[in-house]
Design a protein around this ligand. Structure first.
Ligand SMILES: [Fe+2]
Ligand SMILES: [Fe+2]
Length: 354
């Protein structure tokens, strides 16, 4: 399966940012009154420490392009360029999704802790989104963020789902960026675009955003026990499976970086699982051969669904239905695959040590 939309013009880039599919980044809205009631007093010490880190803003000068940036942009093979642009647009969309959500929460609440946190995180995400959009602009493909904000569909999530999903996406974002950064640090000749040099300090922001949600959840232990553990399990499987399927739509990008998509994803899962032990009482056994076979089957089925969609007509539709049913069953098997259980550590916060 290749990227969903060929990006040839600014119009295509904007259209791609707007698409809502199972694997594309979404925009979220939530229950602001419930957000306003979040109490972090039981983790006050760690919270205040984190707030002073945000205030210190050690990345305030990081997202500016030096003059030599442009001279490091070279022509690339058209197939690689397509996947790279697809990667930039989807990264931009998820950074901007964070910016919009955090900013909206900041505006809607008067709880000083939450308001302050959201304004720091919106600040960071707006820098990240702006930085990626500059790279799209180099190709004449900048996304109109104002318009995207007004016209893209929003998904409503209860605060607890926002916490599970956003915590995971921040931590996975960290694990993805640091894995690419370390790979290119070892193999600088494979750094085919200068943006990758920014990933190390960049992903420390994402790591800290994840820490914020970790503290919020640990301050509200109900979110991490009882029936909610089934929700945590659902989000873990959904986020990991989505990432696995999506990364396999970009074979050229991974070849250029010297990474095998499956191996890259397993590395990211391992790092993410290590980190999520700070909050989640369970983790997925992503190194188990049967779990891996399930992910591989999901990837295969999503290729078949895409091919059936292309075929069109009654038979195409029928095939789509068959493969989609098989995909749901595969997802269910992954969901019920035995998980690992752990006790939560006393000290909640972690350092980005990868
Ligand atoms: Fe970000
Ligand atoms: Fe973030």
């Amino acid at each position: 399966m290749s990227p969903q939309i060929v990006v040839d013009s600014a119009e295509d880039a904007n259209r791609l940012a707007h698409t809502s599919t199972l694997i594309s980044p979404r925009f979220y809205t939530t229950d602001f009154a419930a957000m306003n009631r979040i109490d972090v007093s039981s983790v006050r010490k760690e919270w205040d420490q984190m707030m002073s880190e945000y205030e210190g803003d050690n990345n305030h000068d990081h997202f500016q392009r030096p003059p030599e940036f442009a001279s490091e942009i070279h022509d690339m093979d058209p197939a690689l360029k397509q996947e790279f642009l697809d990667f930039l647009v989807s990264s931009l969309t998820s950074e901007f999704s964070g910016q919009i959500l955090y900013n909206e929460i900041r505006k809607q609440v008067d709880n000083p802790d939450i308001k302050q946190l959201m304004s720091f995180m919106a600040r960071d995400e707006s820098r990240h989104a702006g930085f990626i959009n500059q790279s799209l602009r180099d190709y004449g493909l900048a996304v109109d963020l104002g318009n995207l904000k007004k016209t893209k569909a929003y998904t409503y999530f209860k605060p607890k789902y926002i916490f599970y999903a956003t915590y995971l996406s921040e931590k996975i974002g960290y694990a993805r960026y640091i894995t690419i950064y370390r790979q290119l640090e070892r193999n600088p000749d494979q750094r085919f675009h200068p943006i990758f040099k920014w990933f190390e300090r960049w992903c420390n922001d994402e790591f800290r955003h994840g820490e914020s949600f970790a503290l919020i959840m640990r301050a509200n232990p109900k979110l991490l026990s009882g029936l909610n553990v089934y929700w945590i399990r659902f989000f873990l499987v959904a986020v990991y499976a989505t990432m696995y399927v999506r990364d396999h739509t970009r074979p050229e990008l991974h070849i250029a970086l010297g990474l095998d998509p499956a191996q890259y994803d397993y590395t990211v899962f391992r790092i993410t699982t290590e980190i999520t032990k700070q909050v989640f009482p369970i983790s997925l056994d992503t190194d188990h051969p049967s779990f891996r076979a399930g992910l591989e089957r999901l990837h295969l089925l999503s290729d078949r669904i895409a091919a059936a969609k292309k075929q069109g007509g009654v038979f195409g539709l029928l095939k789509q239905g068959v493969w989609a049913t098989a995909a749901v069953a595969t997802f269910a098997r992954l969901y019920f695959f035995p998980v690992k259980h752990h006790a939560l550590p006393q000290q909640i916060r972690m350092v980005p040590a990868w």
